[in-house]
Write a protein that binds this ligand. Structure first.
Ligand code: URA
Length: 245
C-alpha cells in the first residue's frame, strides 16, 4: 500500500476530519511506532506503521465507507456543480473516501439525513422502490390539513413528478402540530422527485420547511447541521439487511 499523510490516515480511521486530525498532531497527541509526531505531512505506511492517538491504536479504514451528513439548507445534493452552487460534497471528506457519493437526493432547501457511501451497488439497492426503505420527514405546511386530506396523503395522491403522472404508495402520516403552520411527520418508501412537497401541495398545503429525520435506520439526532459522522456498525448492518430484503 502507498504511504499516506498522517492526517489522511487519521481521517480514514474515523478521527472526524483532517482538520481535527491536524490539531491532534500539533498538540502532540499522535505517535507513530511509539514516537510522538508533531510535523504535519509526515507519511505513514498503513500496512506497517502503528499509529496511536492518546495511546490508543487507530487503523485506517480500507473497506467501503458509509457516512451520514446533517444536510443544512442552501446546498445542492451533488458532488460538483458547473454553475458554482454550493454542493454537499464541500461538507464531507470526499478526498479521503474516493468514490463517495450521496444516496438519493434532498432538495437544496431540505435539511436532515443525507447518507453517503462508496458502495455503489448498495446505494442503488437502497434507492430502489422495491426495497421499501422508510424515509421519514418532518414537513411544516401552510394551514392544518383536514382529516380527509390526511387520509388522502396516507392512501396515495396523484402527483406529476418530472413530467410523469404517478400515484404515490401508502404513506405513514402523523399530524404533530396544528395551526397556521402545521407540522406533519410523513414516512414514505418511494423517492420520487420533490415527492413530499408535491404530495402536500396536491392536497392543498404548501410545504414551508422540510427536514428528513431518518433514512431507514440512520438518523441525525444530535449531529449539528453541516456535520457528518461515520455510520455505526449496527446502522451499516441494518442498511445492508434493508437492501437485501
Ligand atoms: N421530498 C421533497 O419534496 N423534497 C425532498 O428534499 C425530499 C423529499
Amino acid at each position: 500500500m502507498e504511504p499516506v499523510r498522517l492526517q489522511r490516515f487519521m481521517a480514514r480511521a474515523g478521527v472526524k476530519s483532517r482538520r481535527a486530525s491536524e490539531e491532534l498532531i500539533e498538540q502532540g497527541r499522535v505517535s507513530v511506532n511509539g514516537e510522538v509526531v508533531t510535523k504535519l505531512g509526515t507519511k505513514v505506511d498503513p500496512a506497517a506503521d502503528v499509529v496511536e492517538v492518546d495511546g490508543q491504536r487507530i487503523r485506517m479504514f480500507e473497506g467501503e465507507a458509509y457516512l451520514v451528513l446533517h444536510k443544512p439548507a442552501g446546498y445542492i445534493t451533488a458532488m460538483h456543480d458547473d454553475h458554482g452552487k454550493r454542493c454537499v460534497s464541500e461538507l464531507v471528506p470526499a478526498e479521503d473516501y474516493p468514490g463517495l457519493y450521496p444516496v438519493g437526493r434532498l432538495d437544496s432547501n431540505t435539511t436532515g439525513v443525507l447518507l453517503f457511501t462508496t458502495n455503489g451497488p448498495l446505494g442503488d439497492q437502497l434507492l430502489h422502490p422495491s426495497h421499501h426503505v422508510l424515509k421519514q420527514y418532518l414537513a411544516t405546511v401552510k394551514g392544518t390539513p383536514t382529516r380527509h386530506q390526511l387520509h388522502q396523503l396516507r392512501t396515495g395522491v396523484t402527483i406529476r413528478a418530472q413530467g410523469k403522472v404517478a400515484t404515490t404508495s401508502p404513506a405513514e402520516v402523523e399530524l404533530l402540530e396544528v395551526g397556521e403552520r402545521a407540522l406533519l411527520r410523513i414516512g414514505i418508501r418511494e423517492g420520487r422527485y420533490h415527492q413530499v412537497k408535491l404530495m402536500c401541495e396536491t392536497v392543498g398545503h404548501e410545504v414551508l420547511k422540510l427536514h428528513r429525520e431518518a433514512f431507514g435506520p440512520v438518523r441525525v439526532d444530535d449531529l449539528p447541521e453541516g456535520a457528518w459522522r461515520l455510520c455505526t456498525e449496527q446502522e451499516v448492518s441494518a442498511l445492508k439487511r434493508a437492501a437485501e430484503e
